[in-house]
Design a protein around this ligand. Structure first.
Ligand SMILES: C[S@@+](CC[C@H](N)C(=O)[O-])C[C@H]1O[C@@H](n2cnc3c(N)ncnc32)[C@H](O)[C@@H]1O
Length: 205
């Protein structure tokens, strides 16, 4: 686990970006995310970098009691809020761990949703390799941001902290990384109004 980054995100736990319930303006972005998930009922979903659990709760309600959402975060303060946020929803489990440290069975997961966390993976290729390993064949990876790539990269650069070099790679770079990890891109959009959404499926060659 990157402890320096964990401490940074601990310090952000009460920041409006982390802690405010989804606004009306964000609703179309959330709807688009769920549209690309398809039916979630009964699925096993991983949500790395769950933050305060805003999306975790929505996902857990969508998978229902026959499904399961395994969320994790490196920040203990975020985890603590996410556990409060999902309290009473048994299909939501929140771990204090880096995604890459989760001990999961190979080919056991239907969907991985990287919501506003992908730039923060220190080694993106190895993170994608880990995701490919736990996904079932034909399993889906969503990389989602509520802002477009330029805005996200700019915010991190200007933050001037431990996240300043955390980038969403450009389209060619991410396509190469995904292909090397046996993913096929099914949807790519980088929109100033709706944000960034990449959907890829694990394929067997
Ligand atoms: C920008 S925040 C997004 C939080 C939440 N997904 C949201 O949209 O509100 C990124 C989160 O990812 C966590 N994180 C960073 N690297 C991680 C990793 N390798 N595994 C799990 N969580 C990680 C951070 O602690 C932070 O809470």
């Amino acid at each position: 686990m990157n402890h320096e980054k964990a401490a940074f995100f601990d310090s952000q736990v009460d920041a409006p970006w982390a802690d405010t319930p989804y606004s009306r303006a964000e609703k179309p972005k959330l709807d688009r995310l769920f549209l690309h998930c398809g039916s979630l009922t009964g699925l096993t979903v991983i949500e790395p970098g769950c933050g305060t659990g805003r999306l975790t709760r929505e996902l857990a309600q969508a998978v229902g009691p026959t499904g399961c959402v395994l969320a994790c975060d490196i920040s203990l303060k975020m985890v603590s809020k996410a556990r409060q946020c999902t309290c009473g929803i048994p299909q939501a489990r929140v771990f204090h761990a880096a995604m890459e440290e989760l001990d999961l069975k190979e080919e056991s997961v239907d969907l991985v949703i990287c919501h506003q966390v992908f730039p923060h993976f220190s080694d993106k290729s190895s993170a994608l390799g880990w995701i490919a390993k736990v996904l079932k064949p034909e399993g889906v990876l969503l990389i989602v941001h509520f802002e477009c790539r330029d805005v996200i990269n700019d915010v991190h650069r200007k933050a001037g902290t431990v996240v300043e070099h955390d980038n969403i790679p450009d389209r060619d770079q991410i396509a190469k990384m995904l292909s090397a990890a046996n993913f096929q891109i099914e949807h790519y959009s980088d929109d100033p109004d709706l944000g960034y959404l990449l959907k890829a499926r694990r394929v067997l060659f």
